[in-house]
Design a protein around this ligand. Sequence first.
Ligand SMILES: Cc1ncc(COP(=O)(O)O)c(C=O)c1O
Length: 295
Amino acid sequence: MNTLSKTMRSTAARSSISSAYVKRTLTSTTSTSSPWLNVPEGPPDAILGLNSLYAADEDPRKISVGVGAYRGSDGKPFVLPSVKEAEKQLIAQDLNREYLPITGLPTFNELACDMIYGKNRDVPLAKTQVLSGTGGLRVGGEFLKAFGNVNEIYMPDPTWGNHGAIFKRCGLESKTYRYLNRDAQCLDFDGMMEDLKKLPNNSAVLLHACAHNPTGVDPTSEQWAEISAVLKPKNCIPFFDSAYQGFASGDAEKDAKAVCYTTLVIVFISCPTFLIHASLFLKTETLAFSNIFFF
Ligand SMILES: Cc1ncc(COP(=O)(O)O)c(C=O)c1O
């Protein structure tokens, strides 16, 4: 193995490789004709940039609201006692770390389904483990593109900043429907319904199951019922991003209502992100799974 690939492999193991890093490394170790020198540097991530500014700020009154994860009153990540206990139990089991089936750990998938749909569900669900919420969106988007007969996905305006970029990689064009009334800072339900009613049949529609990011504004149960009644006759495919189940009301079961209610009437896909639920940030990636369900 040459010096370059050794350097890159060890760095990749420690952290993700920034293109600037690659450029510097390659410039110092290879000829100027290397094709990798043309790798463009990606744009900085606004949220991660804010985190760096936050870390550098010495004001004791600072509060970070940039990352949707539990924090203690000291501003540091707060790991739930249940997560610590689960960790202990897992380590005590001394598992053999065998390869998993392609769709992940079956018990994990079952329990994840229980969490979002409840134990007494009677709908058939296909489920697979994926890597975090972002991975769920990517796999779900690619699935939609490959098998859902759609080329575009309708997203609320505004939505989480990465949705458009993820779906673009899946070959889906992002379109929007009205969501926030910016003057009144509340749900523009009439605007949303007007736009949803105009969607072509069979459209894919991204919905936030609860704790809509970035607004925190969610439809009520009655409004979900109306949304469902509009989408179902059009055979639309709701794609629920369920990143924050439990964060909106403090009750995971209650927060699953939109998804559960809607499952009774429409086909859907969803992806709870356990990375966020269980404050697993900074942990190994093997813990960072979420699920996609559909039926
Ligand atoms: C709405 C939404 N979906 C998905 C994600 C991505 O989740 P993960 O960090 O598990 O990839 C986030 C994370 O901020 C989010 O806010």
